[in-house]
Design a protein around this ligand. Structure first.
Ligand SMILES: Cc1ncc(COP(=O)(O)O)c(C=O)c1O
Length: 373
């Protein structure tokens, strides 16, 4: 058996005709940049996550940059985030000339809010925090928001991996991406809602932030060819927007499927490897299903030889990346992140994985771990 970590083609097969029709309509209309499809997906996503505005941009990395800039973050400001995330979370900070400040994560992969509080109390240059709802698991936003509100620090949620997950704040449920001053989404093809190319979005309730992102995505021009500021070229194209409009009605059913697959993994693998824990007060939409074991590298090699796709998210925590060496961090600074980067292994999860394929993955992991022990 060959089981990929993720398979884009199965989902496409189930919606090919509708997709091709929509793409054809889009190209035939002659409007391929910032047209009706983009407006439609902006409205649908804003309704889905519950924000006043959703502004479509070129990709999730730019969404982070444009959002931070629109929130008023500028050169020299300190922005706090996790060292255990995709590179773009921190590079967006440096792209603006601001300084990433890392704090360690909890064993559940998400930022440690107690450490956030300590860091904010000791550094008054911190102007914003970027929590990352990693692998689709919501950060404890109730505690984080209380800390940030107290010290007047802004929040930009990196919800690139977590569309649809929820967190409770002040006793009410909110979708991730809608809780901070702004949030971002990525529609990279492998995401729970993925385009067939690059695409991203900024979410916010603030008209000011939304208008600023809209300007920055078109070279800082609120009116064509009248440039009030220097912006970027970062627009979601109409074809990607059309694709997302076809897909978004299925998002909740795909998330439910992921949660079911994750439950089955946890039930069957819980005695053999460390499985992700689902918190009672927050949801986990399982963008990735990441197990942990000290024999991660050997297990990975074994699974590869058995035809099972896996991935390591992330092999080098950001504070140890060469390009961030100027920040002055060293090995040992963030022991939990460093341990997770040695032990984590993502195993196949996508809504269309078949029960016998999942059984195969489970049986191979079990038999490896049994022999090992
Ligand atoms: C946590 C996180 N942040 C940001 C991004 C950047 O998104 P994109 O790949 O669309 O630029 C990603 C996507 O890969 C991500 O996983």
């Amino acid at each position: 058996m060959k089981i990929p970590l993720f398979d884009l083609t199965r989902q496409y097969k189930s919606m090919r005709e509708e997709m091709l029709k929509k793409i054809d309509e889009t190209i035939s209309s002659g409007v391929v940049i910032l047209g009706q499809n983009v407006e439609e997906i902006e409205e649908k996503v804003a309704n889905y996550v519950g924000t006043n505005y959703a502004v479509a941009v070129g990709n999730g990395s730019d969404a982070l940059l444009l959002a931070l800039q629109s929130m008023g973050i500028k050169q020299g400001d300190h922005v706090l985030t996790t060292p255990y995330t995709f590179f773009a979370t921190a590079s967006a900070i440096t792209r603006l000339g601001a300084v990433p400040i890392f704090v360690d994560v909890n064993e559940d992969f998400n930022i440690n809010v107690d450490l956030v509080k300590k860091q904010i109390e000791s550094d008054n240059l911190i102007k914003a925090v970027i929590p990352v709802h990693l692998f689709g698991k919501s950060v404890n936003m109730d505690d984080l928001k209380a800390v940030c509100d107290k010290y007047d620090v802004k929040i930009l949620e990196d919800a690139a991996q977590s569309i649809g997950s929820e967190a409770i704040v002040d006793g009410r449920k909110f979708k991730t991406g809608s809780i901070g001053d702004a949030g971002i989404l990525s529609f990279f093809p492998t995401k729970n809602l993925g385009a067939y190319g690059d695409a991203g979005m900024v979410l916010t309730d603030s008209e000011e932030i939304a208008q600023k992102v809209k300007s920055l995505r078109v070279h800082g021009a609120r009116q064509k060819y009248v440039h009030e500021e220097i912006g970027y070229n970062s627009r979601m194209d109409e074809i990607q927007a059309a694709i997302l409009n076809v897909k978004i009605p299925h998002l909740d059913e795909w998330i439910d499927a992921r949660i079911k697959i994750a439950k089955k993994y946890s039930n069957l693998l819980g005695n053999f490897v460390k499985c992700p824990e689902v918190p009672g007060d927050r949801t986990y939409v399982f963008h990735q299903y990441v197990i942990r074991t000290e024999s991660r590298d050997d297990l990975r090699e074994y699974l590869t030889n058995e035809g099972i796709g896996t991935a390591i998210y992330y092999p080098i925590p950001l504070h140890l990346q060469k390009c961030f060496s100027f920040l002055g961090y060293k090995k040992g600074d963030f022991p939990v992140a460093e341990k997770l980067s040695r032990e984590s292994l993502a195993i196949p999860i996508f809504p269309e994985i078949k029960p016998d394929e999942q059984d195969y993955v489970v049986n191979k992991i079990k038999s490896y771990m049994e022999v090992r022990s």
